[in-house]
Ligand binder design. Structure first.
Ligand SMILES: Nc1nc2c(ncn2[C@@H]2O[C@H](COP(=O)(O)OP(=O)(O)OP(=O)(O)O)[C@@H](O)[C@H]2O)c(=O)[nH]1
Ligand SMILES: [Mg+2]
Length: 354
């Protein structure tokens, strides 16, 4: 299951431009089964230079990167929660995403109309936060009567009702649900409510080309990721060599989209491990802190259920020692058990029995 991210923002801030660039760039991802069913959902490869380095050693039939799903919705405007504009009806499309990416306009081009008639990223972020909070209050208003009914029948539901009510008061003060002080149990109950402001949020500042690489002021206490959607759209049209040249001419090491994918991983506490064989070199997504059986379960639940052990090499060893044989010869191919905590970049091979 690909990690999914919903894109929100005011109208005309560059969401669709960014989305189109993202999905064009994901060349390999085009053969993902659901990529074209919904034009507003795009599956994008998570760029990772380590995959190619591994492929240079293993010469696999194919390279399979991890993927992220992006969902583009129409712009939200003030009053969206009351049905103003188009955006509100699309909010449901991002209710089940893992995170939210908010695009804020920083580019100046006066030909592109700003709904509020001025470029002010912090104020734009306030407007969106208000709309998301109001949408969540609507969700709670519908959920609470049901929870009340259930709580009368079932004592266990009482704690779920209590957290919903606490959240309602907190959101009424204009806060994001995720910022409420909650126990782990309460947090889990809150997740079941699918509140938009419960999701981790990333800010993308859509800046002018010449502002790329400059320090940006924080938005709602977070550091925005600077991206120029226009440049990304151009980059998406180029082949790899041309794109690298263009990036260099802009004084950049990687595209904004690559930074975005990496930041999303970091925000969500995710990392990659690899499997490398003749058939394919593949990146798998797993939580930071996950142990070997959980990592195995990402491939197949049987791998987790019947986990015996894992053969593991670090990425650095694998590349410097020239692959599995080299690691083995140097005594750097480890046999790890159930308690092994997976590291980012580990090359893993699982032994299991079901
Ligand atoms: N100068 C400049 N123009 C941009 C940039 N990004 C987007 N635009 C322009 O802004 C306009 C709106 O871009 P969209 O990507 O359609 O914006 P959106 O956020 O999807 O808008 P809605 O779907 O209406 O909410 C288009 O004319 C884009 O060409 C940018 O980085 N720089
Ligand atoms: Mg759009």
């Amino acid at each position: 299951m690909a990690l999914s991210i919903g894109i929100v923002g005011l109208p005309n801030v560059g969401k669709s431009t960014l989305f189109t660039a993202l999905t064009k760039k994901g060349g390999l991802a085009a053969n993902y089964p659901f990529a074209t069913i919904d034009p507003n959902v795009g599956i994008v490869d998570v760029p990772d230079a380590r995959l190619q380095a591994l492929a240079d050693i293993v010469h696999p039939g194919r390279i399979v990167p991890a993927t992220v799903e992006f969902v583009d919705i129409a712009g939200l405007v003030k009053g969206a929660n009351e049905g103003e504009g188009l955006g509100n009806q699309f909010l449901a499309n991002i209710r089940t995403t893992d995170a939210i990416c908010e695009v804020v306009r920083c580019f100046s081009n006066p030909d592109v109309v700003h709904v509020e008639g001025r470029v002010d990223p912090a104020d734009d972020a306030d407007i969106i936060q208000t709309e998301l909070v109001l949408a969540d209050l609507g969700t709670l208003e519908r959920a609470i009567p049901k929870l009340e009914k259930e709580a009368r029948r079932d004592k266990e539901q009482a704690s779920r009702l209590a957290i919903a009510q606490r959240l309602q008061a907190w959101l009424n003060d204009g806060h994001r649900a995720a910022d409420l002080d909650m126990t782990d149990g309460e947090r889990a109950a809150a997740h079941d409510l699918f509140l938009l402001t419960m999701k981790p949020i990333l800010y993308v500042a859509n800046v002018d080309e010449d502002a790329l690489g400059t320090e940006l002021p924080g938005i709602a206490g977070r550091k925005p990721i600077p991206v120029c959607a226009k440049v990304e759209a151009e980059l998406a049209e180029l082949d790899a060599a041309e794109a690298a040249e263009y990036l260099e001419s802009l004084g950049l090491e990687q595209s904004g989209l690559e930074t975005l994918a990496q930041e999303a991983y970091r925000l969500l506490g995710l990392q990659s491990y690899f499997t490398a064989g003749e058939l394919e070199v593949k990146a798998w997504t797993v939580r930071v802190g996950a142990k070997a059986p959980e990592a195995a379960g990402v491939i197949h639940s049987d791998f987790e259920r019947g986990f015996i052990k894992a053969e593991v090499a670090s990425y650095e060893d694998y590349v410097t020692l020239g692959g599995e044989a080299g690691c083995k010869a140097a005594g750097r191919l480890r046999i790890e058990g159930k308690e092994y905590v997976v590291h980012d970049g580990d090359i893993m091979h699982f032994r299991f029995n079901v």
